[in-house]
Design a protein around this ligand. Sequence first.
Ligand SMILES: [Fe+2]
Length: 171
Amino acid sequence: MAELRVRGTDTVLTDPTLIKDFVRGYGLDYEVWNIEKLHTEAAKAVQAETEQQRILTIFADEIEALKERGGYLSADVISLTPATPNLDTLLAKFDKEHEHDEDEVRFVVDGRGIFTIHAPDDRVFDVEVHPGDLLVVPKGTWHWFDLCEDKTIKCIRVFESAGGWVAHYRS
Ligand SMILES: [Fe+2]
């Protein structure tokens, strides 16, 4: 489960309820989904052409609820590892401060990563997300994202439009 660290302070939150309350103050949403669903007998029986489709099928109910709540239209699964071609180029799009016109919605299936939020009150906090964590960074929120040392993450992404968002960078 996630760990939230407020930069320049000793504040570290690991309790999901406290994390949810903290990020809600800045308009973000955080929740924990049952990641064990991936490993149940029912999950193993899911027939799908690809691992991505299997994951989307297993979490179909959660994704539908999210779409209804946030008006999102589509979902996919992204997987990054040290073997991903042009990984550094891909990461360079996310690891600079930016915002976009769409919410950024991520559910971590495997691996981990760090969303850093630069709040309007100039507080900067890191949310390190782990398997089972859903984070919604609302449109217009200044933030950036980076992988951890293992450079590995697998996430469900949920989008408002089929084309996905376009980042605006802070100069
Ligand atoms: Fe972003």
